[in-house]
Write a protein that binds this ligand. Structure first.
Ligand code: MSP
Length: 639
């Protein structure tokens, strides 16, 4: 019989900045379901990767003084290292700069074009460069990009369009008939009422204003823009649309795309429509999880509230971090991250409940039965309930996992942990040990404790595999018959005579005050910075540059770009016009009368239709920008 397959994906990450625990959330969740499904006998394909094209990446690479490819190779290596540290068991890592992806996306584009699903037109709209998104006036928040809050600018250019509008009715019908395609349910209403019903516009799928993208196969002036490139990763990774795509035949349609709530729209409207246009099956489910918030807001580099997963792993271990993420937050909802919540959860569930259970049990088996299980030789009044709770957990975990309810699944397992701790209090082995006539009863209690711990160790495998392995070592069992997932339904599998070892403390208790102070100190410590210096040049190269002092005599906003100011400079006897991207930092009249340093001999260029002659020098750090100046008459030479 062929195995049932299970295909789970994470979004592909923008490698434009360091990943924080918010990013690791989707991946940890995908890892847990992948491990769980493997344990349940499925042939799993778990896909993750990086989304590497677009203006944003081009800009970030430029700022780091690197080519996009060189920049990306470094950050992608870091991301892979993070996933290794976190033991993310992905089966395939796709980079959208991989040859096969680029080739297959081009075929997809051509296919859609030939079918009349893509046409050439002109795009005019409000564009947010960092988010690479066009917005309509009504979508803006306070006139700014609704995703990142930054200024948007008018943009107009030739572009290819995907006929998204054509799919409006089909999408409405789809969600009406199959609401389970998207979870949680509240997100279905949001898609239908906020996006589909108000009307879908055709989607711009190419750009000609930057180069860092996959060339449009039929028009070398354009690159394929964002979503057609990024979303297609879910099928190009499987070989689509090339001949012999066995993985595609085997794994598609995906069982679930896990995505953050802000990209549900792209996955259930744009992606579904693209798949309909390609006439291939839709994924079985898209799950839009909530955000991990920090001080009530989304974690972001610009707000400086990034929580580094590596720091948390160094302090508490990878299992603790994974457990915390999946147990603390309800998968479909937002949740707040604080150090207090984290430490509290680790102390109560891991150090107290599970850690204590294992160490107490191992010590008692050492102390009372010389470290060897003698078996269930008698019975106590509490055994039946313990066994029922332990063996009944698996079915409940199964049903929670089928709904991607990770916290529910872990809560079920912790019911077994707590039930087992209670069993110790009920049976009081230290009292039984005082009475030689109770020796068999004592051994039974110890056996049942060890066996419950085995059941727990089997159930937690998909979430915290190291802890499972450490427990198996203590119980002298090797991975195999006694660790298979199904065995969690059977009580009494540990053989009589099994040696139980003391082992290390699984989860040390954390001193809350001390730890909070240590974490605060870490967060406020200045981040180590490296000074980036461009490659050395000859003096002759430098001498080619011509700098002069200039006075700003007039300054106004660029009519077509919110980011830009148009400055008129007096440079000795002459006037020059410069367009500068500093509108975010200055109001036009703040600059009039200021002395600036002007780069005189740059070739003129047009910025959004207005000629710019040279540029003015500025120093920038964080969100601060200062214009360079000199207290001397304009026209003075700077050298
Ligand atoms: N590149 C796109 C996805 C394309 S998929 C075809 C992208 N990348 S991302 O790096 O910005 O985000 C990746 C995922 O991380 C998203 O699902 C996003 O929701 C998730 N998270 C980023 N910050 C988060 C939190 N603070 N909390 C939870 N998840 C969040 O979007």
């Amino acid at each position: 019989m062929t195995k049932k397959t299970y295909y789970v994906t994470t979004p592909i990450y923008y490698p434009s900045s360091k990943l924080h625990i918010g990013h690791t959330y989707t991946t940890v969740a995908a890892d847990a379901i992948a491990r769980y499904k493997r344990a349940r006998g499925f042939d799993v394909m778990f896909l993750t990767g990086t989304d590497e094209h677009g203006q944003k990446i081009e800009n970030v690479a430029k700022a780091a003084n690197k080519t996009p490819k060189a920049f990306l190779d470094e950050v992608v290596a870091e991301i892979k290292e993070l996933w290794d540290t976190m033991e993310i068991s992905y089966d395939h890592f796709i980079r959208t700069t991989d040859d096969y992806h680029e080739r297959r996306v081009q075929i997809i584009f051509k296919k859609l074009y030939d079918k009349g699903e893509i046409y050439k037109g002109q795009y005019e709209g409000l564009y947010c460069t960092p988010c690479e998104s066009f917005w309509t006036e009504s979508q803006l928040t306070d006139g700014k990009c609704p995703d990142c809050g930054r200024a948007v600018e008018h943009a107009k250019e030739d572009a290819y369009f995907f006929k998204l509008s054509k799919y409006q009715d089909k999408l409405l019908e789809l969600f009406e008939k199959n609401p389970e395609l998207l979870e949680p349910q509240s997100r279905v209403n949001e898609m239908v009422n906020n996006f589909i019903k108000p009307g879908l516009e055709d989607l711009c799928v190419s750009r000609s204003s930057f180069d860092w993208g996959i060339p449009v196969p039929i028009d070398e002036d354009h690159v394929i823009y964002v979503w057609l490139d990024a979303l297609s990763n879910y099928i190009t990774a499987l070989g689509y649309p090339e001949a012999g795509a066995d993985d595609f035949d085997k794994y598609w349609p995906a069982d679930v795309h896990l995505v953050g709530k802000e990209i549900v729209r792209f996955h259930t409207i744009i992606w579904f429509a693209i798949l309909m246009a390609l006439e291939i099956d839709l994924p079985k489910k898209v799950f839009g999880h909530g955000w991990i918030l920090f001080d009530g807001g989304k974690m972001s580099k610009s707000k400086g509230n990034i929580v580094d997963p590596v720091v948390l792993i160094e302090r508490y271990g990878v299992d603790a971090l994974k457990y915390f993420l999946l147990r603390e937050y309800t998968f479909g909802q937002d949740g707040n991250f604080t150090n207090e919540v984290l430490i509290q959860r680790l102390n109560s569930d891991l150090a107290n409940d599970l850690g204590n259970l294992v160490s107490r049990t191992a010590s008692m088996i050492q102390k009372y039965d010389a470290g060897v299980l003698r078996g269930a030789l008698a019975e106590t009044a509490f055994d039946a309930d313990l066994k029922a709770v332990a063996t009944g957990a698996l079915a409940k975990v199964d049903s929670h996992m089928d709904n991607l309810n990770y916290s529910g699944a872990l809560e079920e397992i912790w019911k077994v942990v707590r039930r087992t701790n209670k069993y110790i209090d009920e049976t009081m082995p230290w009292v039984l040990a005082k009475d030689a006539a109770k020796a068999d009863e004592l051994s039974t209690v110890l056996y049942n404790l060890a066996e419950s711990i085995r059941v727990i160790s089997v159930l937690i495998q998909p979430f915290m595999v190291h802890t499972s392995r450490k427990i198996w070592q203590q119980l002298s069992i090797t991975e195999g018959d006694l660790t298979a997932y199904d065995t969690a339904q059977t009580f009494g599998l540990l053989p009589v005579g099994t040696k139980v070892l003391k082992g290390e403390v699984l989860f040390p208790r954390i001193d809350v005050e001390e730890e909070l102070a240590a974490l605060d100190a870490l967060h406020s410590a200045p981040q180590a910075e490296t000074l980036e210096i461009k490659p050395q040049i000859e003096y002759d190269d430098f001498a080619k540059l011509d700098f002069k002092v200039a006075t700003v005599i007039q300054c106004e906003k660029h009519p077509k770009a919110d980011r830009l100011l148009v400055l008129q400079l007096q440079v000795g006897p002459e006037q020059k016009q410069v367009v500068s991207g500093i509108a975010e930092f200055f109001k036009p009249d703040q600059l009039v009368g200021k002395k600036v340093i002007w780069v005189a001999n740059l070739k003129p260029i047009k910025l959004r239709g207005i000629e710019s002659n040279g540029m003015i020098l500025a120093a920038e750090k964080g969100d601060k920008l200062v214009l360079l100046s000199a207290d001397i008459d304009d026209g003075a030479q700077v050298s």
